[in-house]
Design a binder for this molecule. Structure first.
Ligand SMILES: [Fe+2]
Length: 345
């Protein structure tokens, strides 16, 4: 197998012109771009977005642009490898930071992309998904899966800020991305499923023969319970990493088709050097302080910061304080496509 393939410049000009006229191009000069040897060559570069820098910019957006003019008042966290304005933090994951001011609402809508919010700051915000009112408390994970109607509201007195994670780059690349709008939804008069049907791991509402469960039975994963679960696990984990995947309580499978979510607890002083994986990742810091090296680039992070890692990145985390992170990744999609992979360091 030849390491060096022929180039376009080696070909006679008249032949190149004839190919262009016929609407074809030779594969060999560009083959290594699409089929590199051994591992992909990601465009994505490690990124770090300090909340300290984003917060004032978001609040200013609240003064400059009324929500009716923005519809969603969001600052997009762009992958440094693609440049500011890129609608992706990694090849498959879009990340935005959204501001909702007291009294504001976002109209009901649904889209083909799936979205997840991680609440960063503020009280009183809520999302209604499929008629179910989901309170948004700091660290909560709230799903708005593809095709589900959702709208946002704010009953509190302070700004509410949350992180949006969407599989939008995948849907957009597939030319499958669009949205629909509707009037605000009627709300069911009861707490959300995380407080009713799925209060306890391992227990689900009794299933009658042939009865269908909802495809997305639980839309809200309260942070308080996630942290409690991580802390219990840490007590018995010895030196093993303390990580928990968010799963569908009916199936035990991924909570969404494309994106996956893993909560991580790092004990003070703990170092974590995970295996390389084919999944790209965005880390959001719920609480704590530390630093991470991603392909040699050092990131000093603190609570509410966000940072990213390309596919097969060498990642080393060090916690300077007890820390909690959520890792957003694309493993569910890669497993469906049959190429998810982990490699020892
Ligand atoms: Fe939405």
């Amino acid at each position: 197998m030849s390491e060096v393939l022929g180039t376009l410049e080696e070909l006679p000009l008249d032949y190149r012109a004839d190919m262009t006229a016929a609407g074809v191009a030779p594969l060999w000069p560009m083959m290594r771009n699409v089929l590199p040897h051994g591992a992909p060559h990601p465009v994505t570069q490690p990124g770090h977005w300090a909340f300290e820098a984003l917060r004032p910019l978001l609040l200013r957006a609240g003064e400059l642009t009324p929500v009716e003019k923005a519809e969603r008042r969001v600052l997009v966290l762009s992958d440094p490898g693609r440049g500011t304005g890129a609608m992706q933090a990694t090849a498959s994951i879009y990340i935005g930071m959204q501001l909702l001011l007291p009294g504001e609402t976002a109209p009901a809508h649904r889209h083909t992309a799936s979205a997840v919010r991680i609440i960063v700051e503020g009280k009183g915000g809520f999302t209604v998904v499929d008629g179910e009112k989901l309170p948004m408390e700091e660290g909560d994970l709230v799903l708005t899966p593809a095709g589900e109607w959702h709208d946002h509201g704010h009953e509190g007195t302070e700004p509410v800020i949350w992180l949006d994670a969407l599989d939008l780059p995948v849907l957009y690349t597939m030319e499958g991305s669009y949205a629909e709008e509707a009037p605000l939804q009627a709300q069911r008069n009861r707490p959300d499923a995380s407080q009713v049907e799925y209060l306890s791991a391992g227990l689900a509402p009794a299933r009658k023969l042939g009865a269908q469960t909802r495809r997305y039975p639980m839309m809200r994963f309260p942070w308080a319970r996630t942290e409690q679960a991580l802390r219990e696990m840490a007590k018995w984990a010895g030196d093993a990493p303390v990580e928990m995947d968010y799963v569908n309580p009916e199936t035990g499978g991924d909570i969404l088709p494309i994106m996956g979510f893993t909560a991580i607890m790092l004990r003070k002083g703990e170092k974590l050097s995970p295996d390389l994986t084919s999944a790209s990742a965005v880390f959001h810091v719920i609480r704590g302080k530390g630093r991470s090296t991603i392909n040699g680039a050092e990131v000093s992070w603190r609570a509410k910061d966000t940072f990213s890692a390309p596919v097969f990145a060498a990642i080393d985390h060090v916690a300077e304080e007890e820390s909690f992170l959520i890792r957003i990744h694309d493993r569910p999609m890669q497993e469906k496509l049959g190429y998810y992979e982990e490699r020892k360091r």
